[in-house]
Design a protein around this ligand. Structure first.
Ligand SMILES: CC(C)(COP(=O)(O)OP(=O)(O)OC[C@H]1O[C@@H](n2cnc3c(N)ncnc32)[C@H](O)[C@@H]1OP(=O)(O)O)[C@@H](O)C(=O)NCCC(=O)NCCS
Length: 185
């Protein structure tokens, strides 16, 4: 399944050498602003990386696939993609993405996440692929719209996060819509 090459990027498994660049991403308050976790210390990033290295072959409910996104030309780690295998019986797959601000606004997240959506349907047999975001996370909402996901729900104050009530939006695509996109129907 990995590595995957796109026009500008290599999508590959995480390795020990990703610690420093992953720390540079995960330690930043502007990155974690709308995430469920706070900026991480080096030790916390070490734990996160160890999980990412093991998250390679999801096959059961709750399993995760972690993908490092690297700029092929320089080898720099730009960010990461996550595929959450939520339910085998209902074929539900959740996707997520986190990129360093230095590499935002260049279309890298869209380029990489297109492959994540493809994996959800073509490798993991998803019936429905979905993403969730804090409703104020407009960059994430725009990304999911570019990927062709539909806005399915706007949940009012369903999470108490970082000291305040927050709204969550849900975006999704069905397998039939994916086939329609790829065959032009
Ligand atoms: C969510 C996140 C990954 C989106 O990243 P992003 O850089 O906005 O997304 P892309 O890489 O696809 O870049 C798209 C932007 O680049 C611009 N762009 C520049 N060159 C481009 C190119 N060659 N191709 C496509 N878009 C390009 C687009 O116009 C678009 O700008 P816009 O959003 O102002 O319209 C990023 O904001 C992030 O990591 N945030 C922190 C973590 C987070 O909140 N994750 C989501 C949790 S739900």
């Amino acid at each position: 399944m990995l590595p995957i090459e796109t026009a500008r990027l290599t999508l590959r498994a995480f390795v020990e050498e990703d610690l420093k660049p992953l720390f540079d991403i995960q330690c930043r308050p502007d990155v974690t602003r709308y995430l469920m976790w706070e900026p991480r210390s080096l030790d916390e990033v070490r734990e996160s990386l160890a999980e990412k290295i093991t998250n390679r072959a999801p096959s059961r409910d709750g399993d995760v696939l972690s993908i490092a996104v690297v700029l092929r030309e320089t080898g720099e780690l730009l960010g990461d993609l996550t595929l959450f295998y939520r339910s085998q019986e209902s074929a539900q797959v959740e996707i997520g993405f986190v990129f360093h601000p230095r590499f935002q606004g260049k279309g890298y997240a869209t380029e990489a996440s297109r492959e994540l959506v493809r994996l959800a349907f073509e490798e993991f047999g998803a019936h429905r692929a979905f993403g969730r975001a804090d409703a104020r996370n407009t960059a994430s909402c725009r990304l999911m719209e570019r990927l062709g996901l539909r806005r399915e729900a706007h949940l009012r104050e369903n999470e108490y996060l970082k000291g305040e009530w927050t709204d969550e939006v849900v975006y999704a695509m069905l397998a039939s819509e994916w086939v329609g996109r790829t065959t032009g129907q």
